[in-house]
Design a protein around this ligand. Sequence first.
Ligand code: SAH
Length: 274
Amino acid sequence: MRPRPSFPVKLTTAQQAPQGRSQVGASGQGPRVQAVGKPAAFAPVQVGREPSRPPVRKAHGTESQAARLAMVRKLETHGIRHPAVLAAMGKVERHRFVDSALANQAYEDTSLPIGLGQTISKPSVVARMIELLCHDRPGKLGRVLEIGTGCGYQAAVLSVVATEVYSMERLRGLHERARENLRLLRLANLHLLMGDGMLGFAKGAPYAAIIAAAGGNDIPQAWLEQLAVGGRLVAPTVTATGQQNLVVVDKTARGLVRTELEAVHFVPLKSGIG
Ligand code: SAH
């Protein structure tokens, strides 16, 4: 069994009570949906406040908390401004989602391998994309579809800023790993699906936001159809330049508005399941 990551030693076990899982998808046909659990007792970044943990655990929790706070400060220097996005990035413990050997790099602005040839995006890219989804909306995002669960980190961040998140993964090994990584966080509003995200998840549509963690040559038609009017999609996509750029699509009452942003390097969006 894969060792649990630590930072650099085990963190608080306050979130580690066992819990049940619910399934709301038809098994055997179409993607399987699993709610990950009840709302998390996260370890939010607290500035100038004394965390209310027992002293023996406080030292460990405070250490990763300090690293997250430093990461959040760095995100601000990268131009991330949205308070809810910064708060979510400060809450979710990224070191829990990577291999224990990489835990000490978890709060650096770097992408990291998560197995099966896939990578977890660097924090500045995760924050940038989620900020694009939130843009000038007041309050929480509504229902979000994420394509490419990977290790589940971005899904966890999304679950903090959105009312409901459906996250799809085509590789069973990663789908299972994400479920394991997320189990202890008990996020009742996060649903993991095993399936081909290029088809979207029609049962959950329409979505206020769709975010892809893998890049294709085009934006799949299903995503555009499943996006709500007033909704926004952010996906790395190959553009006319021949390189991959972040592409934003806004679905307005008058049609789709596409905006191409900076160049990025994401793993490929693939069809089918593996
Ligand atoms: N958001 C992830 C990043 C994972 S990397 C994280 O926080 O870890 C991108 C993921 O997209 C990979 O796990 C890859 O298997 C997955 N992927 C690629 N094509 C896909 C598809 N058609 N449907 C679902 N997942 C896909």
